[in-house]
Structures are given as C-alpha cells and as structure tokens.
Ligand binder design. Sequence first.
Ligand SMILES: CC(C)(COP(=O)(O)OP(=O)(O)OC[C@H]1O[C@@H](n2cnc3c(N)ncnc32)[C@H](O)[C@@H]1OP(=O)(O)O)[C@@H](O)C(=O)NCCC(=O)NCCS
Length: 171
Amino acid sequence: MIAIRRLRPDDDRTQFRSGNVELDRFFARYAGQNQFRHHIGSTYVAVEEAILGFATMAASEIFAGALPPAVRKQLPAYALPVLRLARLAVDERARGKGIAQLLLQAVFAQAHTMAAEIGCIGVVVDAKPEAVGFYLKLGFESLGVAEGELGDRPQPSPMFLKLGKIPREPR
Ligand SMILES: CC(C)(COP(=O)(O)OP(=O)(O)OC[C@H]1O[C@@H](n2cnc3c(N)ncnc32)[C@H](O)[C@@H]1OP(=O)(O)O)[C@@H](O)C(=O)NCCC(=O)NCCS
C-alpha cells in the first residue's frame, strides 16, 4: 500500500528517477535541507518500500492583479497568501497509478489548514508545459503569461486553484 507522509531526514532520496534531472537533483540535494535546516519548504513523499513520488510546498503570496478577474474583484488589491506547489514529480516506474493525485490531496489538505489557521486563498504552481493538462484536469486555471516572457523556449505557465474549488480530504 502506498503511504503519503512528510519527508524524514533518514529517507533515501538518491534512487528517485523522474526523468527530469533537475527535479531529481532538487529532491536528492535540497528537499531535506530546505525542510529540516532552512524551513523554506516542506515535502510530502509517496512511499511503498522506495519513494515513488514527492510534492514540495511553501507558503507564498500572489498579487491580486495576477488573479483571474472573477477572483480578484472579491479581494483587496494587495499581496494575498497562497500555498505554492513548488515541485511535483513521480518516479517514471510508478506513473499512471494516481500517485500525483494522492500527493496533491495532501497538499490540498494543507491549503485548507493554512486557510483556517493563517489565511490562504488557494494553490499556485508554475506548471511545466507538458503538465498543464494535468493541472487543468484538477481545476487549476491558467494565469496568463507576463509580458516579455514569450519566446521560443517553452516557459512554465503560472496556474491557480482557488480554495473554494479545492476538495477537502475525506474524513
Ligand atoms: C505530471 C506527473 C507528476 C503525473 O504523475 P502521475 O502519478 O503519473 O499522475 P496520476 O496517475 O496521479 O494522474 C492523475 C490524472 O492526471 C492525468 N495525467 C497525468 N499526467 C498528465 C499530463 N502530463 N497531462 C494531462 N493529464 C495527465 C492522468 O491520466 C490521470 O487522469 P485520470 O484521473 O482521468 O485517470 C508525472 O508525469 C511527472 O512526474 N512528470 C515529470 C515532472 C513534471 O512534469 N512535474 C510537474 C511539474 S509542474
């Protein structure tokens, strides 16, 4: 059975292979120190003997002007608290089994906790072009591309899921 839990200092992070060397290097080298030493982000892992996936999140903010108009008009015009999904990856050998969805349930539960405790209007992610479809399926909406960012090289696409659309974990 796959367990979703917070990363532990003694977890072996060296065998994880997402097919993206930057994500694997982040996980192996930085996820631990970011969580345990610097307290700048927190990582959930999906574990079944080995680690099959991870999701890293951090408290963040979004300027009201960057939000979709329907959301923006209900809110004050300053920086607003959000939960940022900073990294998400599933091992290539474990794709298509719902592991990313399980990890996101944990992230979503954290967004509701943050909202209740200190404030949070939703979840933001800078989606890789090939993952935009994945986030759209979950109800995220694209926030558009800032001027000057369009070019030949595919850019990450900022996306937002407002709290009211985030399912609560089944109790
Ligand atoms: C994107 C990624 C995290 C998905 O992991 P996964 O565990 O295979 O995804 P799941 O099995 O939980 O899929 C959940 C749903 O999303 C769909 N899905 C998965 N990847 C998708 C994609 N790239 N585009 C569109 N839909 C996708 C699945 O078909 C499934 O749909 P269903 O519920 O209708 O069956 C994984 O492919 C990955 O690690 N990719 C490389 C790193 C990356 O792109 N990370 C995101 C960075 S922003």
